[in-house]
Design a protein around this ligand. Structure first.
Ligand SMILES: Cc1cc2nc3c(=O)[nH]c(=O)nc-3n(C[C@H](O)[C@H](O)[C@H](O)COP(=O)(O)OP(=O)(O)OC[C@H]3O[C@@H](n4cnc5c(N)ncnc54)[C@H](O)[C@@H]3O)c2cc1C
Length: 432
């Protein structure tokens, strides 16, 4: 059977492109603070009002109920239109809290939270990491004691992105004090306005205050806010991490391709110390070419993962492979740009709109830590993807990038195909 973007996919892409051309805000997003959060809510609300929010989310909860592939097309078009970056204050709500509630929440939780997230009415933060439980998440100590129909929480969380703007938090606590490691944890929705929560900002080298410490002093959360089972939080947390590491960074994976294009343009303009244009340096040209090839492979893997998620409902372990590949490719790109511009470019006053490459460089380091640091997670990611990677190889041939048979993505109807990549567009190609 022939596989390619269907007419509906192409029509969707064309409508998305037209709408974005007319509606992408032409004023810059404020770099941080409450103005940035207000900007993100407004942009999300605008997308929702015009029927573009939650492309693959179920329609009964405010989404469009379309396919994962159309969700990818939407992200591709956002990147192409240079729309406001999707890793903003709506990110956690849209990319992993919402999907976790959709996959594991009760009907009541879904009906209440999912439309609010899509409308930009509720921002979320993630309370997983603690001062002594980051890489080793299973050693977390923040306590939750069940008292009647509430759970009373005491402890502290670390590195909580955008806690100061968030309405809700995906909070992981230890509800069984005698439990070992990942047993006895509970994933609960915490309303950030509950009395007893204290947020202390941490200033970062990005010159912003997007991460925080959060302290909990007898914070009373209704038991009805538990997602999954009391004591079964590890399994819900793994679902969250699979969304965060896999589909959560889809936009970034797709944007990398656009960013490489911008870096190649830059290489044609900037001059090295010896007066040559950067692109005339064989080493730089070669590295840019290799990074571009990697971004194309990443796009193909993204499509394979989407095909799998469409079938299974929750992303598979390939998300780990992509998180690693995107992180390392992003870093490699930032390094080349740093060399082209000269390292004094790191003299940065925090204005991300005036210094996008510096911001991008610093962000590449954040990205290698958040969602699981690169060194520790490389081991875990590689372990978790090993079964999926058996035979799942994307390789280059004279005709372009190919996957081997085991990795062939299947669509909803079970039909299979291999990838064809032309002019930066990834498409499926017939196998028979
Ligand atoms: C910008 C940013 C945003 C973040 N946002 C969030 C968020 O919103 N919510 C959230 O929950 N978390 C968030 N995180 C936390 C992130 O997930 C953790 O930082 C990450 O999981 C690593 O944990 P850690 O910082 O505690 O490092 P650690 O676990 O302390 O590790 C630091 C280094 O020490 C090494 N190390 C650790 N233990 C050992 C050992 N026993 N022996 C040898 N070496 C060891 C590790 O290999 C690693 O290289 C964020 C982090 C950053 C930087």
């Amino acid at each position: 059977m022939d596989l390619y973007y269907s007419d509906a996919d192409r029509e969707f892409r064309s409508r998305a492109r037209t709408w974005l051309k007319a509606n992408v805000p032409d004023w810059p997003r404020p770099a941080h603070g409450s103005e940035a959060a207000a900007f993100d809510r407004e942009w999300q609300r605008k997308m929702y009002d015009h029927g573009w929010a939650g492309v693959a989310w179920p329609s009964e909860y405010g989404g469009l109920g379309l396919s994962g592939l159309q969700q990818v097309i939407w992200y591709e078009e956002l990147a192409r239109a240079n729309a406001p970056h999707y890793i903003n204050t709506t990110y956690i709500a849209l990319m992993h809290a919402g999907p976790t509630v959709a996959a594991r929440g009760t009907e009541e939780q879904k009906k209440f939270h999912l439309p609010r997230i899509l409308r930009g009415d509720s921002l979320w933060c993630q309370g997983f990491s603690e001062p002594n439980a980051g890489s080793d998440l299973a050693s977390l100590k923040t306590r939750g004691v069940v008292e009647g129909d509430h759970i009373v929480v005491n402890g502290a969380k670390m590195w909580t992105t955008d806690a100061q703007h968030a309405d809700y938090q995906e909070l992981l606590i230890r509800t069984d004090p005698d439990s070992l490691r990942h047993k006895g944890l509970t994933w609960i929705i915490c309303d950030m306005r509950t009395p007893g929560i204290d947020i202390k900002p941490i200033r970062t080298m990005l010159h912003d205050e997007h991460v925080n410490m959060v302290f909990y002093d007898d914070v009373r959360i209704p038991v009805s806010n538990v997602v999954g089972e009391i004591g079964g939080g590890w399994s819900t947390a793994l679902a969250t991490l699979s969304f965060e590491r896999g589909l959560g960074f889809i936009g970034d994976q797709l944007e990398l391709y656009e960013r490489v294009g911008r870096a190649i343009d830059l290489a044609g303009k900037v001059r090295l110390e010896d007066g040559r244009r950067a692109i005339e340096d064989d080493g730089i040209a070669q590295r840019l070419a290799s990074i571009k090839a990697d971004t194309i492979a990443i796009r193909s893997m993204t499509l394979a993962d989407i095909a799998e998620t469409d079938r299974a409902g929750v992303p598979g372990p390939k998300g780990s492979m992509m998180k690693l590949m995107v992180t390392t490719t992003h870093k490699a790109l930032s390094e080349v740009v740093g060399e082209m511009l000269g390292w004094s470019f790191l003299e940065f006053d925090g204005d991300r709109t005036a210094y996008p490459w510096v911001y991008d460089y610093l962000w590449s380091w954040v990205f290698s830590i958040s969602g699981g640091n690169e060194r520790d997670s490389a081991r875990d990611h590689r372990r978790s993807l090993a079964p999926a990677a058996q035979g799942a190889v994307i390789y280059r041939t004279a005709q372009g990038l190919r996957t081997n048979a085991a990795a062939i993505p299947r669509r909803g109807d079970g039909s299979a195909g291999i990838f064809r990549i032309e002019n930066g567009e990834t498409d499926f190609e017939s196998t028979r």
